[in-house]
Design a protein around this ligand. Structure first.
Ligand SMILES: [Cu+2]
Ligand SMILES: [Zn+2]
Length: 175
């Protein structure tokens, strides 16, 4: 009887050990910082958090002109150019047309528009199972791409990028 209890205790310890390890592997988080581009004063932070196959994106920007601004994931994590052009075009690993997320055909990087208030502050969030942080599926993996905030709004129609104007802030999506 004693032996059975000890065996059961060992099995339980192994199960708990595996479970806690599994949980820590399942939850991934990136903390990113935006840098100003195109002579703007737009800065801010962004996080990507992955839990149970869902990625939640949160960005907080300051220094914007009040009004509507586009934000996208572009194809490169290179923010070196003064005008942000080094980040390339929209991230589009599935070869779709540019458009509005969740409504019609769209790029994997077409996060959309958000509004900056009178003080120039704006936030945007998006939760999706169409992205992952560092998985093998290159149609989902956001690592190695770049976030771009634009001077103007995305019209969701113009190809290939929604005619959103200058790139006013940039952040590499890297660990
Ligand atoms: Cu863009
Ligand atoms: Zn696009």
């Amino acid at each position: 009887m004693k032996k059975i209890i000890i065996t059961a205790a060992i099995v339980l310890a192994i199960l708990i050990g595996c479970k806690s390890k599994g949980n820590s592997d399942d939850s991934k988080k990136l903390n990113l910082a935006f840098e100003s581009k195109s002579n703007s004063n737009v800065t801010g932070t962004a996080t990507f958090t992955e839990k149970k196959g869902m990625v939640t994106f949160v960005a907080k920007l300051t220094g914007l002109k009040p009004g509507i601004h586009a934000i996208h994931i572009h194809e490169k994590s290179d923010c070196t150019a003064a005008d942000g052009s080094s980040a390339g075009g929209h991230w589009n690993p599935t070869f779709k047309k540019h458009g509005k997320w969740g409504v019609e055909e769209h790029h994997k990087g077409d996060i959309g528009n958000f509004t900056a208030d009178k003080k120039g502050n704006g936030t945007i969030t998006l939760t999706t199972d169409e992205w992952c942080i560092g998985c093998e599926d290159e149609t989902k993996n956001i690592l190695g791409k770049g976030l771009i905030v634009h001077q103007g709004a995305d019209d969701f129609t113009s190809q290939p990028a929604g005619n959103a104007g200058a790139r006013v802030s940039c952040s590499a999506i890297i660990k």
